[in-house]
Design a protein. Sequence first.
Length: 179
Amino acid sequence: QQTRVAVLLGSTRTGSLNRRIAEHLRDHAPAGVTVDVVEGLDTIPFYTEELDGETVPAGASTLRQAVASADRVLAVTPEYNGTMPAVLNNAIDWLSRPYGAGAIVGKPFAAIGATPTPYGGKWSHEHARHSATIAGALVVEGIVVDESAVEGDPLADEAAVQRLLGALDALVAHEPIAA
Ligand code: FNR
């Protein structure tokens, strides 16, 4: 029985540090775990109830199906102006509706990622966890990996790679990261 993890990427940048992390987790997931990076988050219009009816924009439908069929949700995201990028916030908004029955409801969730700054996206991850909680996800407490001061390659530091893979393991196990 595979555990399926849907990754929500907070960056749409070519050469994104966070995409490289997400793809590394996808390509090095442990046996029994399938990681899918949800593509096209930047094609989804900003959430408004007028767009959310019997039909929804194609990207939103893809996002909802990807998360509905996943067992876990992992946000891998940088920080913009002290919070999560709008593309990730919008994805969480789409996943939060229909109210009480959104695709993210009841899904174990964690937020991790990297920035080149000394802050490591701490606020972004905190805010993503908060928003996901309000949206109905089950945020797994204690999964905190805010890779800071990343110079170029977020995978160059083996200890960082192990922290990131450890976060994936913890989310799959639905447990805090072992100290
Ligand atoms: C940033 N960046 C940033 N970094 C941070 O740690 N805290 C912050 O508040 C911000 N704010 C911010 C705003 C905007 C508009 C941009 C474009 C960037 C820097 C950011 O962490 C850096 O660009 C990352 O490399 C972006 O992640 P990806 O695209 O490499 O995954």
